[in-house]
Design a protein around this ligand. Structure first.
Ligand SMILES: NC(=O)C1=CN([C@@H]2O[C@H](COP(=O)(O)OP(=O)(O)OC[C@H]3O[C@@H](n4cnc5c(N)ncnc54)[C@H](OP(=O)(O)O)[C@@H]3O)[C@@H](O)[C@H]2O)C=CC1
Ligand SMILES: CCCCCCCCCCCCCCCC(=O)[C@@H](N)CO
Length: 336
């Protein structure tokens, strides 16, 4: 009997201890987070004309920022500017500037020119908050895809991110911009490889690598770096990728519910507010963030450590299942 009491006391002490430590980690994390203040600052959003980028730009407008959005199609940029302006607060939003620049971020010269043009349009205000959102998935069967398309995917998702980050970070350092922030958009597929995404996954792993390297390096200039890992988002880009997505990929992806871009933007800002490096907004992203973290910082050292083994178990079982699904798909294809 006494043995039981002692055992229960020990178990509850451990649970209580972990809860206290988790809470302490949470409080400390929030206290140390670099303050998220975008009011009156120049925020630059690539891919800001639709989908996630537009929702991010709208959130920035709501928070009082001067926003510049960048994309290739001018007509869509113009419409987006109106929708973003509609988010400027009626009170206190006077003088808030919402601008657009037409540019192709995969062209390094164009990416540099776009930043220059944006600063001019914002009356010389340097970019202090950068969001690189432009990207596309181009799913398909690896051996059926041309290597050209695979290269193009890398050019948009990785190089298109890197060129802009490079130019903006260079200017931040040179201009001694205070409180600079760089937010890159990867994907849960930047931490997980999946059939149909052989072109996309490497490009999003590359974004994650860039974000991790710069998180460490740009600290010397007081620039904070963040990486967002969304799951499915219902956007025009998602509709477009579904046109070429293999059925087996769609079937496997069914496990992921999907969110609206508005919800994702909200979740992204919640993560930024809490000072998180790796930001996830859905359960799969949360598990991957904890279980596939490598050397990236924790968000809450106690909670993340508890979640990590859950991810290892869930993904371990899940992988057995999808590997079999893929092999069976291969057998079926051979007998057809
Ligand atoms: N939707 C999803 O399920 C998920 C998306 N993501 C990532 O989120 C980001 C946004 O995705 P989503 O909102 O779906 O994308 P959309 O396709 O809906 O929007 C893409 C935006 O990027 C712009 N863009 C595309 N190519 C270029 C280019 N070469 N130069 C400049 N701008 C360009 C587009 O405008 P224009 O075409 O006029 O240039 C548009 O504004 C991407 O990085 C994507 O990989 C991550 C996980 C899931
Ligand atoms: C109980 C089961 C737990 C494990 C489930 C794991 C399920 C993985 C689903 C993969 C989701 C892929 C989202 C793709 C987002 C993206 O980046 C593309 N839409 C490109 O834009």
């Amino acid at each position: 009997m006494e043995g039981w009491v002692a055992a229960l006391t020990a178990v509850f002490s451990v649970i209580g201890g972990v809860a206290v430590l988790g809470l302490a980690a949470e409080v400390a994390g929030r206290a140390l987070a670099p303050k998220l203040e975008v009011r009156g600052k120049h925020c630059y959003v690539t891919g800001g004309s639709q989908g996630l980028g537009k929702s991010v730009a709208q959130e920035l407008a709501r928070r009082g920022a001067h926003v510049t959005i960048v994309a290739r199609r001018e007509a869509i940029l113009k419409e987006a500017v109106e929708e973003i302006k509609a988010c400027v607060p009626a009170e206190g939003g006077k003088g808030q500037r919402i601008e657009y620049v037409v540019a192709d971020v995969t062209d390094s010269k164009d990416a540099v020119r776009a930043v220059e043009e944006a600063v001019a349009k914002q009356q010389g205000l340097p970019v202090s908050q950068l969001f690189t959102v432009a990207g596309a998935a181009n799913p398909g069967v690896f051996v059926e895809q041309g290597t050209d398309l695979i290269r193009k995917t890398m050019e948009l998702n990785y190089l298109g991110t890197m060129y802009t980050v490079h130019e903006v970070a260079r200017r931040m350092v040179e201009g001694k911009v205070r409180g600079g922030r760089v937010v890159m958009v990867s994907s849960v597929l930047g931490m997980l490889g999946l059939v149909g995404y052989a072109a996309y996954c490497p490009s999003k792993y590359a974004v994650r690598g860039l974000a991790e390297a710069l998180r460490n390096e740009l600290q010397m200039h007081g620039i904070s770096v963040h990486c967002y890992f969304p799951g499915t988002i219902f956007t025009p880009g998602y509709d477009a990728e579904n046109l070429t997505k293999p059925q087996i990929t769609k079937d496997i992806e069914g496990a992921d519910d999907g969110l609206t871009p508005e919800k994702c933007a909200e979740g992204l800002f919640r993560g930024l507010q809490r000072g998180e490096f790796a930001i996830a907004t859905d359960p799969i992203g949360l598990l991957l963030r904890c279980s596939a973290r490598g050397v990236a910082p924790n968000n809450n050292v106690v909670l993340d450590a508890l979640i990590a083994p859950v991810g290892w178990a869930v993904f371990g079982v899940w992988r057995l299942f999808i590997d079999r699904t893929v092999r069976n798909h291969g057998k079926k294809a051979k007998t057809e």
